[in-house]
Design a protein. Sequence first.
Length: 366
Amino acid sequence: MKGNQLIVGALVAAAMTMTGCTVTFDFDPLGNDVSLEGTWTINSGVPDAATCANAGVDTVQLRFYDGSVAYDYSQFRFPCSQGSFDTFPDPVLANGRYQTQWIALDSAGFQVGTPSAMLILDVADYSVTHAILANGDMTVAATGFNPMGTVGTLGATWTINGIAGDATNCASAGIATIQMNFFDVNDTGYLDGVTVAMAPCSDGAYDSRPMALLAAGDYLTSIAALDSAGATIASFESEFTLTVGAVDHYNLMTAPFEAAVPTLTVTMNWEDALGSDAHAACDVAGVDTIVWALNDSTGTPVAGLGGTESCSARGDEIVFEGLVPGEYQLYVDAESADRSLKWQGTHTMLVYDGMSGAYNCFYDQM
């Protein structure tokens, strides 16, 4: 046991490189608090000399991110065939929570492969003195096709149901990461591509500037949406060839991902006789007119969400779209056609977290 040891590295299907945002100059994960060890594989194989040579991988780099800005530290670059590292007993990190990613580099220092996920290195607990980073499996294309180089910078944008990706709509769609893939211009089936860049879906856009990523050439491209486990759930293939020539910035076509609109569905159930404690649909229970209102957690009505409707028009189900995540209440005041029967009540604790949800609400006769 190496002191107070922690196994870290929760998979997060996201990765970033540099964007046009302002650099935070005080970011520095290096320090004297925590020693670190980790392992890597190449195409799920043991990274011995033969495996690394066949894949064209010379070294591997553990890259750190401050937001969208990438930092490569020489002490975290290792020969591919080494397969692992361990700095114990020497501390190399300051306490903190860091986003990291393994990068496979060829002999010229160009990126030739990455894992499909980032690793969260959480050593913020001051009692932790040694951390073990989860294995990073780097995928390297076996065809020799490599679109990565130093000629072009790369940009991309994506939308969810026509709106730029953000924390809410990406979570609702189950998309964690956006992956930018390049293919040989003759690979019209988009079968054997190379991942050039990745970004969190919630960013809505990607911009590698000032870091050049692309080599000169003609390419087919796709933008893929990945879930939190790194599985592809949607992909947008551009119909146009991207030609990278002179040193310049190259934008991919906006990827228009579609997802089901998250809803909060409330089903009203009506007591069929006073004191029966048995509930039925409004037409069976004898409900004619329904006055309803959606209130926030304090009982204040939500603007535009309420009304007076007949059972035949309203039915027993109300579907809410576009709610702000939070806690709600559904107030109901209903009566029979001859006004001899009344139902009234407030269903509280309707919690909406931005994802689709459903509740059954029961209203008793008065």
